[in-house]
Design a protein around this ligand. Sequence first.
Ligand code: NAD
Length: 314
Amino acid sequence: MPGEKVVASKIALTYKDEIRDFLASLPLNTPAPLLVGLLATSDPAAESYANWTKKAFEEDGLRYEVRKIEEQHVEEALAQCNDDPNVHGIIVYYPIFGLTPSYSGSSHDDYLRDSVSVQKDVEGLTFTYRTSLYKNIRYLNSNPNSKCVLPCTALSCVKILEHCGVYAKSPGVHNRLQGKTCTIINRSEIVGRPLAAMLANDGATVYSCDVDSIYKFEAGGLRRCDEGTTVKSVVEISDVVVTGVPVKSYKLPTEWIKENTVVINVASFKNVDADELLKIDGVKYVPMVGKVTVKMLERNLCRLYKQYHMDRKG
Ligand code: NAD
């Protein structure tokens, strides 16, 4: 059976319905949850992502407002959003200070990331949520009404894998990927590292590749692989391969991919030759994840609204 292309927009529809049902459950005349985007970077990609997010939010009946500010006012604007009961979620577009090729720049961006209130962190990137993820803690303070927020792009890959039938349907929450091997070619803090931890928390063996090293993530820990382990050797044994290499020239050799593998391309460039890939029996290929990612952003906003803002007026 030849390979199959799986379109993210189709998977996104499930979550569109879930968001519509949530909004319909709110008391009459309640304003929809509001996400504020703080845009202080000159990166045109950030502005187009903000515009795209606004369009998707409006289509789904959620509110999104972008605030353009000078970089020296970001901290103040962030504090205002944290304190404003009418704001239910905050997204800050990075890099801001990290554009300067210095350690202090990216560390200032990290400081901003950690300054977002956990009650408004739709991206799940504050220290509290990151620590919970890496320690496999699913609820804040063991409170079943305070589910931890997960990073949207990584979460979109998990939902795509569920859709593609990689997750076992029922057993215990923590091991539905038991026996699966995954390779993720990207170990950024936004995409690859959280995704590796999430898949390992669900029972998979995960190989996390970046430009100069390969780590093996398993439930309970990670370790650096020895020199003999290559991207080829881990892709060849993988049931799932996720590519997130942000360069046009990168192409994953399709002859490394075994039959029935699910391949997800997260990068904005096509890291895999789709025509060659789809010749492999049973392969499922997801060329883009953006449509599901934005639904995860909306879902995170609704979750935060439900957990922390429902009883407040505004
Ligand atoms: P990044 O630059 O922070 O990280 C890139 C990662 O890829 C690093 O771990 C790096 O070591 C690794 N890498 C680079 N070249 C490699 C190579 N030849 N072999 C192995 N690993 C290599 O980028 P990012 O923020 O993680 O984004 C990655 C891509 O994903 C970009 O194209 C971005 O546009 C896209 N992205 C998409 C979404 C979405 O939801 N659609 C969200 C975030 C990022």
